[in-house]
Design a protein around this ligand. Structure first.
Ligand SMILES: Cc1cc2nc3c(=O)[nH]c(=O)nc-3n(C[C@H](O)[C@H](O)[C@H](O)COP(=O)(O)O)c2cc1C
Length: 106
């Protein structure tokens, strides 16, 4: 069995901003924190959490909604993993609306 100590940076992006943010986060975790990081596009792959200790989920937002692939991914049980959600949006108020949206659909 693989050791469950890797870091996953998984993102859903339509026009590239969340992808760019995810790549930056992955680079910082690799280069400054020496972590072993997998960068995964959720619109292409559905990663299995088993091998990960840390999980970062990134998404763009349209019409006040997190992209469906990211929302679906966030709904699973992260158990005792460390997690971070990272969102890219145009409007500051969207951040609050989006957190309510995630809460209400979880
Ligand atoms: C059709 C459309 C709808 C959008 N709706 C919102 C929105 O409701 N709130 C917001 O803050 N930004 C909104 N935006 C801006 C996007 O969040 C922004 O472009 C972000 O970069 C998208 O992420 P992505 O480039 O990773 O796809 C919208 C953009 C588009 C094109």
């Amino acid at each position: 069995m693989e050791k469950a100590d890797k870091t996953l940076v998984a993102y859903a992006s339509k026009s590239g901003a969340a992808e760019e943010a995810a790549k930056t986060i992955a680079d910082i975790l690799k280069n400054s924190y020496n972590l072993e990081v997998d960068l995964v596009n959720l619109r292409k792959e559905k990663p299995n959490l088993a091998q990960y200790k840390n999980v970062v989920v990134g998404s763009g937002i349209r019409m006040n909604k997190v992209y469906s692939e990211a929302l679906k991914f966030m709904k699973q049980d992260f158990e005792n993993r460390n997690w971070l959600f990272s969102f890219v949006a145009e409007e500051l108020e969207t951040q609050k609306d989006m957190m309510n949206h995630v809460r209400n659909t979880s």
